[in-house]
Design a protein around this ligand. Structure first.
Ligand code: PLP
Length: 431
């Protein structure tokens, strides 16, 4: 499969180049040259296939012969190595739980798949490649866990000192081996600036080839399609016309769902649910794309003002707002609504939401008001324990702590404390 840059359709590369580069040299996002369609009988009989078989059938047309079947099946099996259960929450709303992976957030799937692909492409090279990422919390943990022990890949994660939760810091700093955590005495923006400067530094790149693992990479974006097929497999018998509500920040996850629909998965409608960072809900109303400055919220993994993947959604709909509106609605919710919903759903339905899932739940309820005959699934993207510190007091005690989190608290932090000075950071990388 070839991928083109959304800034210039004539610039085409293969899957490997798209994965290794992340972003095209003209700063465009890569997009597949054609959208493969799946055999309708496969979709009709999804329940007869294992999760691994579904994953392989869905992703393999996007890769073609660049990764041989046996190696790709192994990458898919390593990626889908945990459960994606559906839980009924109210009469016609269901939660698709994506937090049963190693770092309790849905980003585990994309990170593990990308690690598998990069590990495959680097399998015969002598010099390791360094994956460099700045994180405000969730991405770093998923990348650290996904790339742990992958031969030929070193990982350097920059995080802002004292600005990630205790649990998130443990996820970043306790693995060791090929995972290095740099604790930067500054903000997330300082971390990001150091990473950006490093990518432009020729001398550094000669010494140590760098690549990024951020969410615009096609190998992190496309495997997220699996969620929608796995949900449909579990729901189809009773509910063939589903609505999906996706708590959205950079819009990578929902864009993968819309790609799944373009491949032939029957989906009635998508709802992009956001916090008060509402660039897309406003765009869907009036067609004007006018980002404001990002505002911090309880659902902080979605505090994004200028969602990078939205251009991919527009491309799927040939940049036509009216046809996009047929398939997508988008609503925004305040922190107050989010907290109140977490309390209410616990009280009435005995289901514990995290703040991101709560936004997804709210978006689904709003859409189903107008179409009560439909059934909806919202994506629960993180385990509530990850956001325990900010959960409403009345329910905080009720949040369940999984055993794998308990053991993490006892592991020792290994990190290197650095200032925000670029030369110090570069010297550390050049050592
Ligand atoms: C990253 C993240 C999101 C947003 O996903 P996008 O693909 O960026 O829209 C939602 N919830 C959680 C918990 C996340 O970590």
């Amino acid at each position: 499969m070839k991928y083109f840059s959304l800034n210039n359709k004539a610039h085409q590369v293969n899957f490997e180049t798209a994965v290794v580069q992340g972003l095209a040299p003209d700063k465009g996002l890569y997009f597949p040259e054609q959208i493969p369609t799946l055999d309708p009988s496969f979709i009709e009989n999804l329940h007869d296939y294992s999760d691994h078989e579904i994953g392989y059938k869905v992703i393999s047309p996007f890769i073609g012969s660049e990764i041989p079947e046996e190696a790709l099946r192994k990458i898919v099996a390593d990626t889908l190595s945990f459960q994606f259960p559906i839980q009924k929450v109210t009469g016609h709303t269901y939660a698709l739980e994506l937090f049963h992976g190693p770092t309790l957030a849905f980003k585990d799937v994309g990170a593990r798949f990308m690690a598998g692909c990069l590990g495959y492409f680097r399998r015969n090279s002598k010099d390791p490649v360094t994956v460099l990422v700045a994180t405000s919390g969730d991405t770093g943990g998923a990348v650290a866990s996904g790339f742990y022990n992958v031969p030929g890949v070193e990982v350097v994660i920059l995080y802002p000192s004292k600005k990630v939760s205790v649990l998130q810091e443990k996820q970043l700093t306790t693995l060791g081996k090929n995972i290095h955590a740099l604790e930067i005495q500054g903000t997330f923006d300082d971390c990001q600036k150091l990473v950006k400067t490093a990518f432009l530094d020729q001398e550094l790149q000669q010494h140590r080839p760098l690549t990024s693992a951020n969410s615009i990479n096609v190998a992190r974006w496309l495997p997220q399609m699996f969620y929608y097929f796995l949900a449909y497999k579990q729901m189809k018998a009773a509910h063939p016309n589903l609505v999906f509500s996706v708590p959205s920040g950079n819009f990578g996850n929902i864009c993968a769902g819309m790609m799944a629909a373009a491949m032939g998965l029957p989906v009635s409608h998508f709802v992009a649910s956001t916090n008060v960072n509402d660039t897309i809900p406003r765009f869907m109303q009036n067609g004007e794309y006018t980002p404001h400055k990002a505002v911090p919220t309880l659902s902080n993994a979605m505090d994004v003002a200028d969602p990078s993947n939205f251009v991919r959604i527009l491309e799927l709909f040939n940049n036509s707002l009216p046809s996009l509106q047929q398939k997508l609605s988008s609503y925004s919710f305040t922190d107050k609504e989010t907290s109140r919903t977490m309390e209410q759903v616990w009280k009435e339905n005995h289901y514990m939401l995290d703040p991101h899932g709560a936004v997804g739940f709210l978006g689904l309820q709003k859409y189903l008001q107008y179409s009560p005959e439909l059934t909806g699934v919202f994506l629960e993207t993180a385990h509530p324990v990850k956001f325990e510190d900010t959960a409403p007091r009345s329910i905080r005690e009720e949040i369940y702590t999984p055993a794998k989190v308990m053991s993490l608290y006892h592991k020792e932090k290994q990190s290197t404390l650095l200032s925000t000075d670029y030369i110090t950071f570069k010297n550390w990388l050049m050592r």
